[in-house]
Design a protein around this ligand. Structure first.
Ligand code: SPV
Ligand code: MG
Length: 548
């Protein structure tokens, strides 16, 4: 039942939400915001609505609260505020920015920008903030102001858009009866609520008004000056809505002044860094995560958001002394670590989400633009265990690559273009001199016909050992590409293989063979040379040539 109720609430338009706040039998509160980020902060704090304060919006523009910012500039800002929040915004619309005609256009534009209501005050354009020489400010003619309210009400298309009429009589030095006379007239003209404003430091004026008004319509107050009044007093007086009108801009000013002074004086950031929001918090408030998610969905460059998992847990014992204090992926090739060269190849093709599974001397793996995951059991486990360590990173478009691999960029480009749920890159040049180490022979359904057009070839088996099978088609180079279904197959296979006693000895070839046995097709992309895996000192020299 509760669930149904909350579902209905979330479907309400912003106009309806504001109207319900005004009509709510309990005391409600809205909080000032003056731009997009402060609007989000108000919403996150749990407020049910936002007061787009004229004072605060002017102040954040650095101008006075005297209609110096044009109404369209205000509406522009409102659009930012409304776009990033789900709660209703009540605009402090000053005097309506002109006569009845301006009011008509204002209401129309506010509705178009998702604003739930507007509060207009019975002063003259251009207005001055009520707390500056309030008693010297002339009030609007009652009939003229009623015409503005009527014009606004007649212009709205959402029946729940609210117009709040703000009475400045008490501010301007008139008495309670004038305030009530005006309230009565504005109510009759169609105002959805009355805002009674006071600059007194005590609540007496508004309480007296509330008593006389006797809930004829919702009553709104702005206790900026009588802030020390206990909130329960407002509750008892049957006030509908309290506006905390300018406290976020004031908080921001205090904080910005203190930080600016400190940085200027100390010529350093060291004293303030811990006292201000981390940059990450700004990103969060801006909704950066949502954009990353959206990029995965929409920004495909013709393909999905490809991620790379680099297996780099082994030391590279064959390289002896060189890998005593670092794994071979960190060996410099022409001044750059091998892993850096690999990462650069990825980055060149906009593959920026790169996870390295490290093991031996993992702490020495320090390549900008990569995330390192550790396989703590690297000494007793193999490639599949390392791959399983990265399973949380698996995505619908991913590469699994050995960390000691170097190749010309076109190989990766062609792999990204190659169809198939799982694609293995196979070098059909059997006597490739630049390839050392124990080869992973690939046995494929069709030999490389050297055509420039892709052949439809399936992998039948990979073996590091010579097998009886004669029809070796080439060597798997240590690079796989998985799409969504392929990723699913690999995840399931890892789960199954983990149950087997020899899981810790298994490498990617065993995974491929298992998948093939399960009837999952692995497609083959043939290449002809132009790659190497670094296994020996000679390879390091060759790698230098391939690094470009
Ligand atoms: C505003 O927030 O701009 C207001 C309320 O009009 S007050 O400044 O308290 O008059
Ligand atoms: Mg104002």
């Amino acid at each position: 039942m509760d669930q149904i109720a909350s579902l209905t609430t979330t479907k309400q338009t912003k106009c309806t939400q504001l109207r319900e706040l005004l009509k709510s039998p309990q005391l409600e509160f809205i909080m000032e915001a003056h731009n997009g980020i402060s609007a989000r902060i108000v919403e996150e704090a749990g407020f049910k609505g936002i007061w787009a304060s004229g004072l605060a919006v002017s102040a954040q523009f650095g101008v006075r609260d005297n209609n110096e910012a044009s109404w369209t500039q205000v509406v522009e800002m409102l659009e930012f505020m409304s776009d990033v929040t789900q709660i209703p915004i009540l605009l402090d619309g000053d005097t309506g920015y002109g006569n009845f005609n301006n009011m008509r256009r204002l209401v129309k534009k506010l509705e178009q920008r998702g604003i739930a209501g507007v509060c207009i005050e019975d002063k003259l354009f251009p207005k001055t903030n009520s707390f500056i020489n309030g008693s010297r400010q002339p009030l609007a003619d009652i009939d003229e102001f009623c015409g503005k309210i009527k014009a606004g009400k007649d212009s709205q298309t959402d029946p729940d858009f609210s117009i709040v009429a703000r009475i400045e009589a008490l501010i301007a030095g008139w008495d309670l009866s004038e305030a009530l006379r005006r309230a009565e007239a504005y109510h009759a003209a169609g105002a959805d609520a009355i805002l009674i404003h006071s600059k007194s430091s005590r609540p007496d004026q508004v309480l007296a008004f509330a008593e006389e008004w006797a809930e004829r319509s919702p009553l709104v107050i702005v206790p900026t000056k009588y802030y020390s009044t206990a909130t329960d007093v407002f509750r008892k007086a049957k006030i509908s809505l309290v506006i905390w009108a300018n406290h976020l801009i004031r908080a921001a000013v205090t904080s910005m002044q203190a930080i600016a002074r400190e940085v200027q004086a100390s010529q350093s950031l060291i004293n303030i860094e811990d006292d201000i929001a981390p940059v990450k918090e700004i990103f969060r408030l801006q909704g950066a995560d949502e954009l990353l998610e959206a990029e995965k969905r929409y920004f495909t460059n013709g393909r999905n958001h490809t991620i790379a998992i680099v297996l780099a847990a082994t030391r590279g014992q064959e390289l002896q002394q060189l890998t005593q204090d670092k794994p071979k992926v960190m060996l410099p090739i022409g001044g750059k670590p091998l892993l850096r060269l690999l990462v650069d190849k990825f980055k060149k093709l906009a593959i920026n989400d790169i996870t390295v599974v490290a093991g031996f001397k993992a702490e020495t793996i320090d390549v900008e633009g990569t995330k390192v995951i550790r396989n703590a059991e690297y000494e007793t486990t193999g490639e599949l265990a390392s791959l399983a360590c990265a399973s949380a990173k698996f995505s619908d478009d991913m590469l699994i690559v050995y960390g000691d691999l170097l190749f010309r960029s076109y190989i990766l480009r062609d792999l990204l273009d190659c169809p198939g749920e799982i694609v293995a890159v196979v070098d059909s040049v059997m006597n490739n001199k630049s390839v050392s180490g124990s080869p992973d022979y690939a046995y494929c359904s069709i030999a490389d016909d050297l055509s420039i057009f892709g052949q439809d070839v399936n992998l039948l088996h990979i073996s590091a050992r010579q097998t009886e099978l004669k029809n070796k088609s080439g060597r798997w180079i240590g690079m796989l590409r998985l799409r969504s279904q392929g990723k699913q197959w690999v995840s399931e296979a890892l789960n199954e293989l983990q149950k087997q006693p020899d899981f810790n000895c298994m490498g990617i070839p065993e995974l491929c063979n298992y998948l093939i046995q399960q009837g999952k097709p692995i497609k083959v992309l043939y290449i002809r040379g132009n790659w190497l895996d670094v296994n020996s000192l000679d390879d390091l020299d060759l790698a230098f040539q391939l690094k470009q």
